[in-house]
Design a binder for this molecule. Structure first.
Ligand code: ASP
Length: 344
């Protein structure tokens, strides 16, 4: 249920671009700050008494989220950090394409965060008569003002999900995101019903922002017939980390052991190798099959049920903290912000 004093809360809306705020231009849909602000101001429900007070700031330039990088993650993180004490919660309007990556990155970057940071967007822009933007925005504002959530999350299509558990699941459905290995934090039906057991408890410590650096990392998805020797040239000491999307519970094709010497060499060079699964649901279990135990012996670590999106963001975060390779390996196998399920 929504807290009854939402109207006394102050929320900062950070508009980064994406479909939600795009308007029709002669060249097609494009983000336009002035037109979007005018549209927001013209919607009486956003200024109704039951709504929190909200201010809006824009990222410069506004971007289609396919163009978002570590630079923009840092800019969004700074906007939150500079105003952390002035607001009760934050709503980030973002394109859907990379929203799961940004949500994952912010979950790590905002250390000791105790405030709701709710990412949302839409599949149809707010300027269209039939759209999903209006509900996503209004409900995200109410959740940010509700005082229940102390973490980075993503609201879309009636569900509030832990940010670092999400994947973009559909390119055209209005329910575009899933959290395949963790239950929804809340469901917005007639009322907003929180799943209290799934929420992170408030944390103790002083809030701080860990900015990220753009370390050279990579993602490899294995497939039948993959010619591992083609990757030899990128697996150099320049590569700081690599996420390998394996089959099922962490399996790679044997191919007379073609990948293992490359992984062993990469690991000896100091590259951190994380094993994720191509299956959205379930966990990596290195050693369950012969085809996976060799990965661990070659120096790879298990990402368990982490998403590739969160694994990428976590690597950037741990490298940016300047930790040793051993410390990074240990932390990659441990949950820092609820991104990995406890061992079953
Ligand atoms: N390409 C757009 C973006 O991610 C799609 C969207 O917002 O839904 O910015």
């Amino acid at each position: 249920m929504r807290s009854i004093d939402s109207e006394s809360k102050r929320i900062l809306v950070i508009y980064t671009g994406g479909t939600i705020g795009m308007v029709n231009t002669p060249q097609g849909y494009a983000p336009q700050k002035e037109a979007f602000h005018a549209l927001l101001n013209s919607l009486p429900e956003l200024h109704a008494r039951a709504m929190p007070q909200w201010d809006i700031v824009d990222m410069e330039p506004l971007l289609d989220s396919s163009n978002i990088t570590v630079v923009e993650w840092n800019a969004i993180g700074r906007m939150i950090a500079e105003r952390y004490d002035a607001y009760d919660g934050f709503v980030i309007l973002h394109g859907t394409d990379t929203m799961a990556y940004t949500a994952s990155a912010l979950s790590f970057m905002l250390r000791y965060n105790n405030k709701p940071v709710v990412l949302t967007g839409s599949q149809i822009p707010l300027c269209e008569i039939r759209n999903d933007a209006r509900d996503n925005l209004i409900t995200a504002l109410l959740i940010a003002a509700g005082g229940m959530v102390h973490e980075v999350c993503l609201y879309f299509g009636g569900k509030l999900l832990r940010g670092n558990r999400t994947i973009k699941y559909s390119a055209d459905d209005l329910i575009a995101f899933e959290s395949p290995n963790y239950p929804a934090l809340a469901e917005a039906g007639i009322a907003i019903r929180y799943n209290r057991a799934a929420l992170l408890p408030p944390c103790k410590g002083d809030f701080s922002l860990q900015p990220l650096e753009n370390f050279p990392i990579g993602v490899i998805k294995v497939f039948p017939g993959i010619q591992f020797d083609l990757f030899d040239s990128i697996m150099t000491e320049r590569l700081r980390g690599i996420v390998i999307e394996t089959f099922g519970a962490g399996n790679i094709p044997g191919h007379a052991g073609a990948l293992l010497p490359i992984i062993r060499r990469a690991s000896e060079n100091g590259t951190i190798i994380i094993v994720c699964s191509q299956c959205p649901h379930g966990t990596v279990s290195l050693g369950a099959y012969e085809t996976s135990s060799a990965l661990r012996e070659a120096g790879a670590v298990s990402g368990y049920d982490i998403t590739t999106e969160a694994a990428v963001a976590k690597l950037y975060y741990l490298f940016s903290r300047g930790l040793s390779s051993d410390a990074i390996r240990t932390r990659m196998e441990r949950s820092l912000r609820g991104e990995i399920s406890p061992a079953r």
